[in-house]
Write a protein that binds this ligand. Structure first.
Ligand SMILES: *Cc1c(COP(=O)(O)O)cnc(C)c1O
Length: 387
């Protein structure tokens, strides 16, 4: 920019950053919102408890490396991913913080070791396989994390495996159990409180026994985002937060304190005028009942907008107004009704963001924010912003 041009810029005291208008389908990732959510969750934690940020599935569909780098700057203690490849991506992106792999498989042990990832041990099979591998690779005290099943019945040792685990660990110097954890089945559902408290009791018993039996003190963690907010008595040493960091808490009131990180934007590619009786889209699923206008948008089910949102179930916002999806969702496009909306080709369209949140839109098809966020395909460009 030339000096003379600089003078023409309006003077403002506050540094305001206006997000650029979309010129194609993009998923905007707001790192300022991420920081807000991180600090909010931290403010809710009991003293001594820290955050393990869950950045699996490309950071809940956002942009894993950018999100992890920002969280690293904010001082996050640990990361968790589901699979080894996700941890490898973070390391390749320059992430240095410890990374727990929640669901490792034997085929990925080399990646785990190469990238200094820390596997979860959830069964006698995986424990035996990993100890044998670590011994072969001449490892000493390689960090692993013990996961216990306390009622979710998905992944984890049983309480009755304790003696076996303690003996296995005592017989090998190759690995060290750094932490002990469990996962709640219904932390967001207060009607299941009694069940959740039983899970927490079981976890307390298991971790007490291990603390006594292990030669060092493992750190303990058992809560996800909703658990953090609903069961403060179980914050322990760490909490595993995913969805909260991305702006949702499985509860409208709690979500209101957080800020959505991802905004899905697109533009109007073309506007059509339909006469009464004209049909629209595949299978002629929509028939115009009157003269009307529709806009065609460049995103479809291949981008993560499920066909379930078609035929008036889902909607987008154009210049603040709701425009329902008309007819079937195509692979690469959707059509929306804009008869009463003042707009033109090239105008920006918001699919979800601050106003229509991912939580709200996904609710229209009886699913959860997690699903729509992680469904946004890698074809959609990610754009990093700060609000
Ligand atoms: C995904 C996951 C989390 C994060 O849960 P949120 O509800 O997104 O906070 C925590 N722990 C485990 C074991 C998970 O699989």
């Amino acid at each position: 920019m030339y000096k003379s041009q600089k003078k023409l810029l309006p003077k403002t005291n506050k540094r305001t950053y206006k997000m650029p208008k979309a010129t194609q389908t993009i998923l905007e990732i707001d790192l300022t919102a991420l920081g807000h959510n991180y600090r909010y969750i931290q403010s809710q934690l009991k003293q001594g408890s820290r955050i393990m940020a869950v950045v699996k599935a490309f950071g809940y569909g956002s942009e894993d490396v950018a999100v992890a780098k920002e969280l690293e700057k904010l001082g996050v203690t640990y990361f968790a991913v589901a699979y080894a490849q996700e941890g490898a991506r973070l390391r390749e992106g320059g992430i240095q913080t410890p990374i727990l792999v929640l669901h490792p498989q034997a085929i990925n042990f080399d990646t785990i070791l190469d990238k200094c990832l820390e596997p979860c041990m959830y069964s006698s099979k995986i424990l035996e396989e990993f100890i044998a591998f670590a011994q072969k690779k001449k490892q000493k005290n390689y960090p692993v994390h013990l996961k216990f099943n306390t009622g979710l019945n998905r992944l984890g040792f049983a309480q009755s495996d304790l003696k076996y685990i303690i003996d296995s660990l005592a017989n090998s110097e190759a690995v060290k159990a750094c932490s002990v954890f469990s996962h709640l089945a219904a932390s967001e559902d207060l009607q299941q409180r009694e069940f959740t408290l039983k899970q927490l009791d079981a976890f307390a018993e298991i971790s007490e026994e291990l603390k006594k039996a292990l030669p060092h003190t493992p750190f303990l963690h058992t809560l996800n985002t909703s658990g953090v907010l609903n069961y403060p008595q179980a914050h322990y040493d760490m909490v595993r937060c995913g969805i909260g960091l991305y702006g949702f808490a499985n509860d409208i009131e709690q979500s209101a304190k957080l800020k959505p990180v991802a905004t899905l934007k697109t533009i109007i590619s073309q506007i059509h005028t339909l006469e009464k009786g004209d049909t629209l889209g595949y299978n002629r699923a929509f028939t115009a009942q009157k003269k009307m206008k529709t806009a065609t948008l460049p995103l479809g089910h291949a981008d993560g907008i499920s066909r379930a949102y078609g035929n008036g179930v889902g909607w987008v916002r154009i210049n603040g107004h709701k425009a329902p999806i008309c007819g079937n969702v195509c692979m690469d496009m959707i059509m929306v009704e804009i008869t009463d909306i003042d707009c033109k080709e090239g105008d920006e369209v918001i699919v979800f963001g601050n106003q229509t949140t991912a939580e709200k839109l996904s609710g229209a098809v009886d699913t959860i924010s997690y699903e729509i966020l992680t469904a946004i395909s890698q074809r959609v460009a990610r754009v990093i912003t700060r609000s």
